[in-house]
Write a protein that binds this ligand. Structure first.
Ligand code: ARG
Length: 471
């Protein structure tokens, strides 16, 4: 016995290069606690099936629980004199390492019984699900902070009007709060996606064994219950060991979060340029230049854009790994872990930084309001005013366009127009039209549900707070 899980039929051990390729402890060791929890549940299934005596079961599970505790100590050394709960150079994967340690601690007569009726194939599929559920829950809390920061900024700046853009060109005035909340809602949906995915993650592959199920009379539903996997156990052992759609779905949610944060970041980057000049980064959330003394760079936002690309790459890489695999388990599936682990690690660092950057932005209300009417952003209000005077919209659009053309050739803005000039352009323009040529009037007028009127945005912020509480 060379201490591997599969030495029996081999005369020779693996070549060093084979072992180096095969080895996964450098990334799967983070599953150790979950794998041990799976082992505790599996031990109970063995004992329920009469394959472990009560005393064997108790000894095994107390050793496994001790190993979980020792994981939290430096180097896994934990209890004095016992084998450290840490991988060694020669361990192939987390499962092999944990069995080696268990056997070193309780002996092979007892430790060697645990592997009955299960395979690393159902074991790894279960451990990954347990791990992802917990990691995604933690991410949920961090994302909640970003939503909170957007909500707080929106509430504090509720009166600020800014230019709304389509095609990055000035479109219509909007409330800054409306724009900020528009970045919060996708994150709320991401949280909802995580909750929804959790339902699919909470199904246990234990009992599938290598691919065909187990002949030892173990109860997979009992194991699922012990592991808190509320969706029970998989209905199909082949699917249970070979499907990784739930892992890919996690990679998708991580990529989508990256994309959503990247869109927010892009806006912040633009707002902090002198050309826009409507937001300023706090010192603590920006960096300087080694050569240009004046610089204050939006590195958090830029790193977010960069990492979004990486998160998308993780998703596409994983899907490419999965797309042509025959059933059931193939070793390719070992490649499912690094993409999602990397995504989780990246977001763990990134999301708190985004919350900090957003929460400490300062907005220049005067600058935003000064820009809001530029580029003839009130032209739609002029057309809408004509419609309220019973002018058909097609003509109203033409007339408002003519007004814009008039201003453009004279180098003036809509609000510089006099009543006389307007009535000369078209008789439909009476002096009352001047009343709609204000950015505050424009936003207040858009008071249908979901619109940018202050009364609606206040309502929306209450909905946002409630949605965040719900999750
Ligand atoms: N380390 C593998 C994985 O991550 C699990 C082990 C399955 N190995 C095997 N020879 N069937 O997927």
């Amino acid at each position: 016995d060379r201490g591997t899980l599969w030495g029996g039929r081999f005369a020779d051990g693996p070549d060093a290069a084979m072992a180096a390729l095969s080895k996964s402890t450098q990334f799967d060791w983070r599953l150790a606690a979950d794998d041990l929890r799976g082992s505790v549940a599996h031990a109970r299934a063995l004992s329920t099936a009469g394959l472990l005596t009560t005393s064997e079961y108790e000894q095994l599970t107390s050793a496994l629980r001790q190993m979980i505790d020792d994981l939290d100590t430096p180097g896994g050394v934990g209890t004095d004199g016992l084998e450290p709960v840490a991988p060694e150079e020669t361990d192939e994967d987390v499962h092999g390492a944990l069995e080696r340690i268990l056997i070193a601690r309780v002996g092979s007569d007892l430790g060697g019984r645990l592997r009955a009726g299960r395979s690393r194939n159902d074991q790894i599929a279960t451990s990954v699900r347990l791990y992802l559920r917990r990691a995604l829950r933690a991410l949920t809390l961090d994302l909640g902070e970003v939503i909170g920061a957007l909500h707080a900024q929106a509430s504090e700046n509720i009166a600020v009007v800014m230019p709304g853009r389509t095609h990055l060109q000035t479109a219509q005035p909007i409330l800054l709060a409306h724009h900020l909340a528009a970045h919060a809602w996708p994150l709320v949906r991401d949280l909802d996606r995580i909750c929804d995915l959790d339902r699919r993650l909470a199904v246990s592959p234990y009992g599938s064994a290598a691919l065909a199920g187990t002949s030892l009379g173990l109860d997979p539903v009992q194991v699922a219950g012990d592991l808190g996997l509320t969706g029970g156990s998989v209905p199909n052992s082949i699917d249970g060991t070979s499907a990784r759609d739930v892992v890919a779905e996690a990679a998708y949610v991580l990529a989508q979060i990256g994309v959503d944060l990247s869109r927010l970041s892009e806006d912040i980057i633009l707002w902090c340029t002198p050309e826009f000049g409507i937001a300023k980064l706090a010192d603590a959330w920006s960096t300087g230049s080694s050569i240009m003394p004046q610089k204050k760079n939006p590195d958090v936002a830029e790193l977010t854009r960069g990492k979004a690309g990486r998160l998308i790459g993780n998703l596409s890489g994983l899907l490419a790994t999965l797309k042509a695999l025959p059933l059931a388990y193939n070793r390719d599936l070992q490649e499912d872990k690094e993409p999602v682990f990397d995504g989780l690690d990246q977001l763990k660092i990134l999301v708190p930084a985004i919350a900090g950057m957003v929460g400490t932005l300062t907005f220049d209300a005067d600058r935003a309001e000064e820009l809001a009417p530029r580029g003839f952003s009130l032209a739609t209000d002029v057309a809408d005013w004509l419609v309220r005077q019973r002018v058909p919209f097609a003509r109203a659009h033409d007339l408002a366009g003519a007004v814009v053309g008039y201003c453009e050739t004279r180098g003036i803005e809509l609000e510089d127009l006099t009543a006389d000039e307007l009535s000369e352009i078209a008789p439909e323009f009476t002096p009352e039209v001047l009343s709609v040529l204000s950015v505050h009037g424009s936003v207040e007028a858009r008071d249908g549900r979901g619109g940018t009127a202050p009364v609606r945005v206040r309502e929306q912020l209450d909905e946002l707070a409630a949605a965040r509480e719900d999750l």
